[in-house]
Every structure is written in structure tokens, then in C-alpha cells.
Design a protein around this ligand. Structure first.
Ligand code: SF4
Length: 546
């Protein structure tokens, strides 16, 4: 633990920063973490809770430490969003769990995909969602089955460790790492090294809150660089060798902020220690007093990039990083991973779109069959809730496209299927106010029927509450779930509309929330259709929706 530096004078009111001497827990979450490391719950799950059942679980483990292994209690069915605020947490518990499987870099082999599929069908009632952080989430998991699930996942090198909780979560990576024709550097070795050295280590198992990482050697596919806690983006350095540009302090939720560039060039071999340095600053100087101010973005906002870099170099690395060029790219050139595209080696990758990430264990097993039958052992998840199969020979491309599309996994989908995302919503999430996945699927179908020719770039992101798990503030049309008043004066499910958000580097910004601009869930297709027809009628040549 480094000493408090002169550069970090003690603020008048403590924010719970360890490095400034505030070691006493200032709230219940901090107290729970101090009482027992979240990583210690694994033994209790294996040796006690899985044998004695749900009712034996200590509440501090159930609603706290279980998250360190990707387990959240899921919402009891039939409780509507309007009651969420007035119920005690235990009244919302379904006695079943959501289980998040971390897929670092979004990289899966056929055997790993089969294991996830098997766990879903055997223990998760065949549920599976691809998340916008490249994970897979299963539902209806019983604590009794967790040890068997871990055995199966770990047999193929997968894990749920630190998939949730106040920890370094899954490390995002470019789904095309190692194969994109225009990649600057493959970030996979850096992801693996950080995973091996730091994930599950007590060094970083008690952070103020979650810590999200992106490592992408290809700026063209790094569209979330501005909204992660830390991002390393491929760039050619001052000496002509490839390395990484560093961003810190992005995040959405209820106080969205865009990450700041530190202006450094990070050599490939420096990435793990720089990551550990930034994570260490967050652990030691991060605010712990208030949960809603406990993300690293608040520290960056108060310190600024210059001071953050100085503390990183002087107190954590012990050396100065080189100044480096901006990895920024031309506006409009970001891309997703859907469709058929050539790889570096002349083979092809095939990206496809399930509906808003909703799949099943059975379907994932089918994807494994299809990939294997076409000679591939590499599948990728994307940050847009999509999947990609790599390494397809040219003469087998049309065959795999046909096989995927026969399963309703579209390789050439409409704009609406391609660019709509939805969070978990009220079906399983205890924080949700409204339904999301089903509404988004209906919206896609309606828009495909009403606007079949629409081919503009357009992202529609649907959230079940203000937490922004599906990134509403940076979508062209962001829909934030809330109760709204319908024309008959009833409180019904609906959405606050955000318009014109963007993650493009020059246009990056949060969508505008127009006061009073809300739609009931029922009105939603009509509302979006009206907006899009007006956009088509009024847009100038080359003008994008954002
Ligand atoms: Fe749950 Fe809200 Fe996140 Fe959706 S945005 S998954 S409703 S917490």
C-alpha cells in the first residue's frame, strides 16, 4: 500500500479513501467486505450451502459475496416493477440464481461453448443470454447445483470468478483479435496475463466497486473505449512499434462520464503492470463512502488526467511512461462484427445476430455443431450481444450462412435486428421496473414490417431501469424503463426516451433526454416509427441519425 502523497491532500469530508487513512467501513457494503473477503464464499458454497440448500445461506453471503462468483438471486416471477421500491430484498428473491460466466476477450472454443450449453440445459432450464460485456448469463440456477456447474465449466478452462462484485470484471477484447486484416496488435496475450496474475487474487478482490476493462488492439472495433473504467487501444508508438493508448474513467449508469486519455504509450509488456497500477489507484484512492460515487470515474473527474498519470507513474509504477499518439480513428469507421468478412489468413469470419442476445443452451450447442462441421474451433461473443464464428474456408461460407440462418441466427439481418440491444429486464432482474427483451423483440419485428427498406446506421438500446446495463445514453435511440402514465391516467410500463447518443470519437456524447418525452410500452413501435420516418424525410445527404 503506497503512502498518501502530498499531491492528495486529505479532503475536508472523507470519501472513504484507504490511502488517506479512512480504513473504517463507512457503509454496509464496505463492512461486509472487511468482515470477509468475497473470494472466501466459494468454499462455503461447495461445502455448506450446496449441501444444505437456499435457506442455509448467510444473508451477507447471499446478497453480497455470492456476486464474487457471478451469482445474483433472480427476481421472483410475477412481481411487477411498480412494487420494487416498496419490497424488502428477500421478498424479491426467487430462491434461484442468475449465473454469469465470464468469457474474457469473448473467446470460446467449441468445447467451451458446448460446456456452457450443457450447463444451461442441465441446470438453467435451457436459458442463456449473450450480454453486452461478452459474457453468457444463465438463469434458474439452484445453489445445490453450483459445484457441479463449476466442475463442468472449469474442466474446459471457464470460470465465474469475479464475474460480478466489487472486483475486476470480465476483460473485454476485440472479437476479431488475431484475425482482423487491419489489426494493429493482438491484445489476447495481455488479457490472458492479467487474467492469470490478478483475477481471483486477494490483491484486487476488495475494490470500491466494479472495475471494467477493455483491451483491443484494433481501434476500429473498440467502440466502448470511452465507457470502460480502463481501456487499452492499439496504436503505433513513437518508435514505430505497436502498443497501446490508455483511457481511464469512463462509465454510464446514473452519472455517465466519458473516459479520459492519459496521453501515454504503453508497450505490450507494460500492459499488465499498468493495469495493476490503475486498479491499485482505484483500490487505494477510490471513494468508498457512497456506493453511487464509488466508481473510478469520480476520482478521474476530481483529479483530472494529468494528476492521475502522475500518481500512477510516481506511486505505482516507479517510472514514467512514454508520451504516445492518439489511437483515434476517422468518424464513422467503427464497425460491428456481423456479416461475412475476410481474415488476415484469407479465410473468413461470419458474425450473426440472435434477437437481443437471447439464445438457449440448445441453440448454443447447435452453434457449436455448426462451427465444428465447418472446420472452426473458435467462436467469439461481441459487445453488441452477437456471436462470430472464425476460420471458415471460402468454399464453406455459404453453407455456414445457410446453417445459421436456418436456426434464425441471421448473418445478413435488418438494421433493427443488427443494432438493437436489451438488458435482462423484469423477467429476471430485481432492479428492473419494466420488461425489456420481449418488448425489444416485438419492436424489431414491427419495425422490420413497417420500414422494410430502412438501412441507415441506427442503434436502439432498451434498459429496464436507470442503471444502463444496455448503454442507453450512447444509443441513437435509448429507452430507459420506467412507469409512465397512459392516456387513461393509469401507471403502466413505458420508457423515457433519449435521442442522439454516440460513441464515435468526434461525436461522442450522451443522448438528449427531452423532458416529458416518454412512451408507454404499447405505444413504442408507433413512436419509433414516427421518429424514423421524420428522420428519413428531413435528413440531409450523408447525415447520420446521431
Ligand atoms: Fe437490471 Fe436495470 Fe441492469 Fe436492466 S439496466 S439489467 S433492469 S439493473
Amino acid at each position: 500500500m503506497p503512502p498518501a502523497s502530498a499531491a492528495t491532500a486529505r479532503p475536508r469530508r472523507g470519501e472513504g479513501q484507504w490511502a488517506l487513512g479512512y480504513r473504517e467501513p463507512l457503509n454496509k457494503n464496505e463492512e461486509n467486505k472487511k468482515n470477509d473477503d468475497g473470494l472466501n464464499v466459494r468454499d462455503r458454497i461447495i461445502n455448506v450451502y450446496s449441501k444444505r440448500g437456499f435457506d442455509s445461506i448467510d444473508p451477507a453471503d447471499l446478497r453480497g459475496r455470492f456476486r464474487w462468483f457471478g451469482l445474483y438471486t433472480q427476481r421472483a416471477p410475477g412481481i411487477d416493477g411498480g412494487k420494487t421500491a416498496v419490497l424488502e430484498p428477500e421478498e424479491l428473491d426467487a430462491r434461484y440464481f442468475m449465473l454469469r460466466v465470464r468469457i474474457d476477450g469473448g473467446q470460446l472454443s467449441v468445447a467451451q461453448l458446448r460446456a456452457v450449453a450443457e450447463v444451461s440445459t442441465a441446470y438453467g432450464r435451457d436459458t442463456a443470454d449473450i450480454t453486452d460485456r461478452q459474457n453468457v448469463q444463465l438463469h434458474w440456477v439452484r445453489v445445490e447445483d453450483v459445484p457441479a456447474i463449476w466442475d463442468r465449466l472449469e474442466s474446459v478452462g471457464l470460470s465465474t470468478m469475479e464475474a460480478c462484485g466489487d472486483t475486476p470484471r470480465v476483460i473485454l477484447g476485440c472479437p476479431l483479435a488475431g484475425i482482423a486484416e487491419d489489426e494493429i496488435i493482438d491484445g489476447t496475450p495481455q488479457i490472458q496475463k492479467i487474467y492469470d496474475d490478478y483475477i481471483g487474487s486477494p490483491e484486487f478482490s476488495n475494490l470500491p466497486r466494479k472495475f471494467k476493462t477493455l483491451i483491443s488492439g484494433n481501434p476500429l472495433t473498440a467502440d466502448t473505449r470511452l465507457i470502460n473504467d480502463i481501456s487499452f487501444i492499439g496504436v503505433i508508438g513513437p518508435d514505430g512499434a505497436p502498443g497501446f493508448d490508455l483511457y481511464v474513467g469512463g462509465g454510464l449508469s446514473t452519472n455517465p462520464m466519458l473516459a479520459k486519455r492519459l496521453g501515454t504509450f504503453v508497450r505490450p509488456e507494460q500492459v499488465p503492470e499498468v493495469w495493476a497500477g490503475v486498479c491499485g489507484i482505484f483500490r487505494d484512492y477510490g471513494y468508498r463512502r457512497l456506493r453511487h460515487r464509488a466508481r473510478i470515474k469520480f476520482l478521474i473527474k476530481d483529479w483530472g488526467a494529468e494528476k492521475f498519470r502522475e500518481v500512477l507513474e510516481k506511486e505505482y509504477l516507479g517510472y514514467a511512461l512514454a508520451d504516445g499518439p492518439d489511437s483515434g480513428i476517422a468518424e464513422g469507421s467503427l464497425r460491428d462484427h456481423v456479416g461475412v468478412h475476410r481474415q488476415q489468413d484469407g479465410r473468413f469470419y461470419v458474425g450473426f445476430a440472435p434477437r437481443v442476445g437471447r439464445v438457449s443452451g440448445t441453440l448454443l450447442d447447435r452453434v457449436a455443431d455448426i462451427a465444428e462441421a465447418h472446420g472452426s474451433d473458435r467462436i467469439r461473443t461481441t459487445t453488441d450481444q452477437k456471436l462470430v464464428v472464425l476460420d471458415i474456408d471460402e468454399d464453406r461460407v455459404e453453407s455456414i450462412v445457410a446453417a445459421l440462418e436456418a436456426e434464425d441466427l441471421q448473418v445478413r439481418p435488418s438494421t433493427f435486428r443488427r443494432q438493437t440491444m436489451a438488458c435482462t429486464g423484469i423477467e429476471f432482474c430485481k432492479l428492473a421496473i419494466v420488461e425489456t427483451k420481449g418488448r425489444a423483440m416485438t419492436l424489431i419485428e414491427e419495425l422490420e414490417r413497417r420500414l422494410p427498406e430502412f438501412s441507415e446506421q441506427l442503434t436502439i438500446n432498451v434498459n429496464g431501469c436507470p442503471n444502463s446495463c444496455a448503454r442507453i445514453q450512447v444509443a441513437d435511440i435509448g429507452l430507459k424503463g420506467q412507469l409512465v402514465t397512459d392516456s387513461a391516467g393509469n401507471q403502466v410500463e413505458g420508457y423515457q426516451i433519449h435521442l442522439g447518443g454516440s460513441l464515435g470519437l468526434e461525436t461522442a456524447g450522451f443522448g438528449r433526454k427531452v423532458r416529458g418525452l416518454k412512451a408507454t410500452a404499447e405505444e413504442l413501435p408507433d413512436y419509433v416509427e414516427r421518429v424514423l420516418r421524420r428522420f428519413l424525410a428531413q435528413k440531409q445527404e450523408g447525415e447520420a441519425f446521431a
